[in-house]
Design a protein around this ligand. Structure first.
Ligand code: ZN
Length: 218
């Protein structure tokens, strides 16, 4: 069972569902040849896919192309159903760093057939997730630098100011479909620069004022 704490407090959350946005940064949507959607494109990862700092991603045998996507993770701290955007930020307990590990070859095959993506996105170890800083420690979650390096080389270097759907709108939209509960996590999408990792690689994902993850690949 995955639990995560709020740094500097004794609050602990059992991680629940992980609701993720696809194509929430225009440049990343373009690099994969996708249109920028009108409404948020959502998918979920199970809590069983979560690993922590210094743990290892295991690429399943059915994929030959595993990609990293650094993402700002939002930890929900309250019960939230049909919340409006103007009060949505009150539902947030903290912010963390996640890597949305994606089996791109499998995802592309499923997409082409109009099939769901879960086995490309929700496999065991597919969600490296840091501890969280308190929401009050982040003055503006839309002004954060997100970086991901592989073996010391920076491949993603973006800013959360480029999000298409902003966090209050995201929470409002999601909470009208799925009731959000304490411990649920939202992954807010990835900036451009995604790419492949192979066994032996080491990823360092970092979000300014939020945290850092060091994750090896197996
Ligand atoms: Zn993603």
């Amino acid at each position: 069972m995955a639990t995560r704490g709020i740094i500097g407090t004794n609050r602990q959350f059992k991680i629940g569902k992980i609701v993720c946005l696809a194509r929430n940064y225009a440049e990343h949507a373009r690099e994969l040849g996708n249109e920028t959607p009108a409404a948020p494109v959502l998918f979920m990862k199970p809590a069983s896919s979560v690993i922590g700092d210094r743990e290892m991603v295991h690429i399943p045998a059915y994929s030959q192309e595993c990609h990293y996507e650094v993402e700002l993770a939002v930890l929900i701290g309250t019960h939230a159903s049909h919340v409006t955007a103007d009060v949505a930020m009150e539902c947030i307990a903290g912010y963390g760093v996640a890597i949305d590990m994606t089996l791109r070859d499998v995802q592309n095959q499923l997409k082409a057939k109009g099939l769901p993506w879960e086995i490309a996105k929700g496999f065991d170890t597919a969600c490296p997730l840091s501890d969280f800083v308190p929401a009050s420690a982040v003055a503006d979650p839309h002004a954060l630098c997100l970086k991901l390096a592989v073996n010391g080389l920076t491949h993603q270097n973006g800013t959360s100011s480029d999000m298409i759907n902003r966090i209050p709108q995201i929470i409002s939209h999601i909470s009208a479909i799925f009731t959000l509960e304490p411990g649920d996590v939202i992954l807010t999408g990835t900036p451009a620069g995604v790419g492949q990792v192979i066994a032996g690689d080491v990823m360092i994902a970092e979000i300014e004022s939020v945290g850092c993850l060091t994750i090896a690949v197996d």
